[in-house]
Design a protein around this ligand. Structure first.
Ligand code: HEM
Length: 397
């Protein structure tokens, strides 16, 4: 019998749902030895915790770098606690100030203005692969448009995109998934090179502002933001854009093909995307620290303990989503999932993420209406605490 969360095992990343259902029923505040964290699994508890930032603090919650060796820490120096001033990693009042600044770049008008660019970015890989009759969806189709869109939004020149992408991947590995000591040092080197790059980008926009996110945030330095806050914001949004949306898209395409729901009729695309996020969310949840002793369902979470708010479990909570393991393309409350979080830290990029998913489904459905899975391939999820995604997905048309 499965006893614990274990993101290093295949069952956990592929199908944790029977296990999560048992936790919701029997152990809604679960101590995980493996994560060294309490796990909240019921929808109502996860939502209440997100809504209570005084007791469930975000301060330092994203820095999952507990596994770094002393040598790696020394190499990283002051950057060892990198992300300490990233917006998702701080509490009010710092959060309120940072969030106000970041939100300036995500107005509905700014987001809507990206649709056309994103549409074109989706056509490009399809122009390349369409004559092949088949491809690895992840490597050849799904990731590139989001990566390019994020780079343009930030203001990374096209010639630097590959460099940034390689370094962002290393950064992600270093801080968010445990690595052997030698590999940590290599990744730390790569991370420092990347930081230096972002630093130079900020300096160049300070001198010569352009129409991009980096210039907008740089213009707030001194007034509302510090230099370090801007560098952390930019580096992290590059990561967010490079990873979350493409993972969600891969999960979504796999689900739609398995459910024989391809291509999605345009009138259903919005709800279909929500139902795919609910049932196959790319984000597993958010970490918090208990700011005080918290009693819940007969368990006392001691002050200082790490807590995982499992949005993945909440999205499969049968008290909110009847028959949660059934894919229901027009499920009326599909959008009540918390894959984008909830409360003051609710994903600032949610509207942009949703726009990308809808647009990609639209272009893909039109260009590749006969899309199908290559039969017999093993479907393997990557092993990660923070995100659920596919390293590869072979498709044909
Ligand atoms: C499907 C795609 C995405 C998913 C699943 C996702 C998920 C999340 C989640 C769960 C949070 C809450 C973190 C917490 O409460 O600790 C969050 C926050 C955030 N996300 Fe996203 N995200 C996505 C796309 C994006 C995009 C495209 C951007 C930017 C271009 C972005 C930028 C951010 C930022 C800056 C925050 C921090 C907000 C704050 O703390 O106030 N995300 N995201």
């Amino acid at each position: 019998m499965i006893e614990d969360f274990d993101v290093t095992s295949d069952w956990h990343v592929a199908d944790p749902y029977p296990f999560l259902a048992r936790l919701r029923a029997e152990s809604p505040v679960f101590w995980s030895e493996h994560l060294q964290a309490y796990v909240l699994t019921r929808y109502a508890d996860v939502r209440a915790a997100y809504g209570d930032p005084r007791r469930f603090s975000s301060k330092g919650s994203l820095t999952i770098s507990r596994s770094l060796t002393a040598e790696t820490r020394e190499k990283l120096g002051e950057h060892g606690s990198f992300l300490s001033s990233f917006v998702a990693n701080v509490d009010p009042p710092d959060h309120t100030r940072l969030r106000r600044s970041v939100s300036k770049a995500f107005t509905p008008r700014a987001v809507a203005a990206m649709e056309e660019t994103f549409r074109q970015l989706n056509e490009e890989p399809l122009d390349r692969v369409a004559p092949q009759g088949g491809a690895d969806f992840v490597a050849e189709i799904g990731h590139e448009p989001s990566i390019k869109l994020t780079a343009r939004f930030i203001g990374v020149p096209e010639s630097d995109e590959a460099f940034v992408q390689a370094h962002v991947k290393d950064w992600f590995q270093l801080f968010l998934s445990p690595q052997p000591p030698e590999r940590q040092l290599e990744l730390a080197d790569s991370f420092l090179t990347y930081l230096d790059y972002v630093d130079r980008l900020v300096a160049s926009r300070a001198k010569d502002p352009q129409d991009d996110f980096t210039s907008l945030m740089t213009s707030l330095i001194g007034d509302e933001l510090s230099h370090r806050e801007v560098v952390e914001l930019i580096s992290t949004i590059l990561l967010g854009g490079n990873d979350t949306v493409p993972n969600q898209l891969g999960n979504t395409v796999l689900r739609l093909l398995r459910e024989d729901a391809w291509p999605v009729p345009p009138s259903l695309a919005g709800n279909a995307a929500e139902e795919c996020m609910r049932i196959d969310g790319a984000s597993l949840g958010s970490f918090r620290y208990a700011a005080t002793d918290i009693s819940l369902h007969g368990v006392t979470i001691p002050a200082g303990a790490l807590v995982l708010l499992s949005t993945d479990s909440a999205a499969h909570d049968e008290t909110v989503f009847p028959e949660p393991e059934r894919f229901w393309i027009d499920r009326p409350n599909a959008a009540d999932h918390m894959v984008f979080g909830y409360g003051i830290h609710f994903c600032v990029g949610a509207a942009l993420g949703r726009l990308q998913l809808r647009t990609a489904l639209d272009v893909l459905g039109r260009r590749l209406p006969g899309l199908r899975l290559v039969p017999g391939q093993p479907i393997v999820y990557r092993k990660s605490i923070v995100g659920r995604g596919l390293p590869s997905l072979l498709v044909a048309w």
